[in-house]
Structures are given as structure tokens and as C-alpha cells.
Design a protein. Structure first.
Length: 338
């Protein structure tokens, strides 16, 4: 089969489409014929040699995939059958023609949704769902500040905050991105490049601040985050785009607000550890039951994956360059050849 590959860490020019061995499904695994995958910043970091896959995971790029069931390993329970349209969050291997997935981590693709649209769901939406509900325990009426609001996770989080009857507030770097977040349901949005988002958030919340912050930026935002975080607020860090080294009296500021810091990474889970698998399976089950029905219509709030652009697998280097330019609104999807 063909897969996205690189022989040594470096820039996008190191990527190419390589012929590799097709995987065989093991005990309790399903073989998926991949029609589309999507790009994540973890793929860029892995390509640079800064984010290796967890123990036991494929070293092929790709943390999500959408396609159809093409094989069943021994011990499968029968919940999936050949040809079923499925999508999955992966620890690696999604940007290839085939990938194996533990059966409990597969999700059905919502009715009338294309593989391209479905590929934009697993990583972004499961990340946002986990941060909001499993980590942050979001409650109705709470105010949630979402950094990188126009990213895949950001656009998913806006919609999930609204689904939870809470209030999404975002930051983004361009007017075009702020307009897209408003269209997705953000109650307010601020350009972090030309205004102090903490002051604007306090103004919008009439001085009370936000109850929760979803932060993929890290170090450079710490003072502004604490400035606009409410008493007893939760600051959830799931990325470090600006680094992790903090200079200043963070702990005293945190303590003065009785605030808490939580951290989370979906990918950093050992494939061979049963506890990690069970946590992921519980997350997938909850998302399938509580969120997936809202993609199908007929509910009070229709959820919609946001696709920025689509690249064929042989143009994987171009897709990486596009993400590095940080202009995308929503997900960059990779179409896999038949």
C-alpha cells in the first residue's frame, strides 16, 4: 500500500508517498480501507523529529481516518461488518491506504456525510469533547475562552460549548478567522495580534472573567490567561505553541484566584496499556452516544465539521506547508488514492 512517509526529520520537502507493507488486523482489530485522513500539528512535529509516536504505534503519519471496513481480526465482537463506513482517532498510520484500529475505537460515519467531511471529525472533535467534558466538566451558562478559535479543535469546541448551553469566546489572528468563528457560534472574538484579549474578555464578561480556558498556546499567554480567568476557574493546557517555559510568579497568581491548571494530550497513550485503551474507548463511546447524533440533523443544534482544504496524498508536502502558514480555518484533509 502507499503511505505518507519521510526518511529523516526535517522540512516538508522530506515527505513523499512510499510503498509499504499493508497491515494485518490483530486480535480485536479492524482493517480500514482509508478514503480520507486529516492533518494535525502533531504530524508537523513528528516530521520534524519532535513528537515520536507512542510505544507500539505506527510510525506512519496520520492521527485520524475515515473509510470503510475491509477486514476483521480474530476475536472481533461482531459490531462491525465488511463495508461499514467508519472513522477513527489513531495513534498513527492514518495517512495510508489501510490502517488497523481496535474495534472499540471506531465510530460510525453520520448519515449523508462524505469521507472528506468525516475525516475532519475524530481528532479535533474528540479532543474538544474530552477537554470540555472529561477534563473541564463544563456546565450550562459557563463562559469558555477558546484560543486558536479557527483551528480544527477551536471550531469544534465552539459548537460543543454551545451544545452544552455554555458561552464560547475565542481568540484568533485575523478578521477572516474571527468572522468564521462567529458564524460557527462564538459569542465574542478578539484578535490577539492587535488587542489585549484579557482586557476585552473582562470587558465582555463585565469584569467577572471566564470559567474555563482551552489553551494550546502556553507560555506567552499565561499572564493574560490568569488576568481574565474567574475565581475558581479552570485553565486547560493541551498544547505549547509558544513553548512551556514560564517566567514570573505564576503560582501566586494562580493561588490568589483559587484557580486550577489541567493538562491533556490525546495521543500520548501507550497502545499496549489496557488502562489507556479503556479511557479512549470510554471517550469514543460517550462521543458516539452524546455528540454524533447532532451531526445528522433533526436536533436543536446541528453540528458541522469545518473543512478548509483538501490535498491528495501525493501532495502531502504542500498540505504541511499550508498548515505551517497558519492560514487554515478548520481542517486540512488528505484524500487517499484508491
Amino acid at each position: 500500500m502507499f503511505a505518507a512517509y519521510f526518511d529523516c526529520p526535517g522540512g516538508p520537502e522530506n515527505l513523499y508517498m512510499k510503498e509499504v507493507m499493508k497491515p494485518d488486523p490483530g486480535e480485536g482489530e479492524v482493517l480500514v480501507k482509508v478514503s480520507a485522513s486529516a492533518l494535525n500539528r502533531a504530524d508537523l512535529l513528528q516530521r520534524r523529529g519532535k513528537y515520536p509516536p507512542p510505544k507500539g504505534a505506527s510510525d506512519i503519519l496520520g492521527l485520524e481516518a475515515a473509510g470503510s471496513v475491509a477486514g476483521l481480526g480474530p476475536g472481533c465482537s461482531g459490531r462491525w461488518k465488511m463495508g461499514d463506513a467508519v472513522m477513527a482517532l489513531l495513534s498513527g498510520g492514518g495517512q495510508a491506504q489501510f490502517v488497523t484500529v481496535p474495534e472499540g475505537l471506531l465510530m460510525p460515519i453520520p448519515k449523508d456525510m462524505t469521507f472528506i467531511q468525516a475525516a475532519a471529525i475524530p481528532e479535533a472533535w474528540l479532543t474538544a469533547f474530552q477537554l470540555l467534558h472529561f477534563v473541564g466538566k463544563v456546565q450550562e451558562g459557563e463562559r469558555v475562552l477558546i484560543h486558536a478559535g479557527a483551528s480544527g479543535v477551536g471550531m469544534a469546541a465552539i459548537q460543543l460549548v454551545r451544545l452544552a448551553k455554555a458561552i464560547p469566546i475565542v481568540t484568533a489572528g485575523t478578521q477572516e478567522k474571527l468572522e468564521a468563528t462567529a458564524k460557527a457560534g462564538a459569542a465574542a472574538g478578539f484578535n490577539y495580534k492587535n488587542e489585549d484579549f484579557s482586557e476585552k474578555v473582562l470587558e465582555f464578561t463585565q469584569g467577572s472573567g471566564v470559567d474555563m480556558i482551552l489553551d494550546c498556546v502556553g507560555a506567552s499567554y499565561w499572564e493574560k490567561n490568569l488576568n481574565c480567568l474567574s475565581t475558581d476557574g479552570r485553565w486547560i493546557i493541551y498544547g505549547l505553541l509558544s513553548g512551556g517555559e514560564v517566567h514570573g510568579d505564576l503560582l501566586a497568581r494562580l493561588l490568589s484566584k483559587r484557580a486550577s491548571i489541567h493538562t491533556s494530550l490525546l495521543r500520548s497513550r501507550d497502545k499496549e496499556a489496557s488502562s489507556s485503551y479503556k479511557q479512549c474507548e470510554r471517550l469514543v463511546r460517550a462521543f458516539t452516544e452524546e455528540v454524533l447524533p447532532h451531526f445528522c440533523g433533526g436536533t436543536s443544534l446541528r453540528l458541522q465539521p469545518v473543512v478548509d482544504s483538501v490535498y491528495p496524498l501525493h501532495a502531502i508536502a504542500e498540505a504541511h506547508r499550508a498548515m505551517e502558514e497558519n492560514k487554515n480555518i478548520g481542517k486540512i484533509v488528505i484524500e487517499i488514492p484508491v
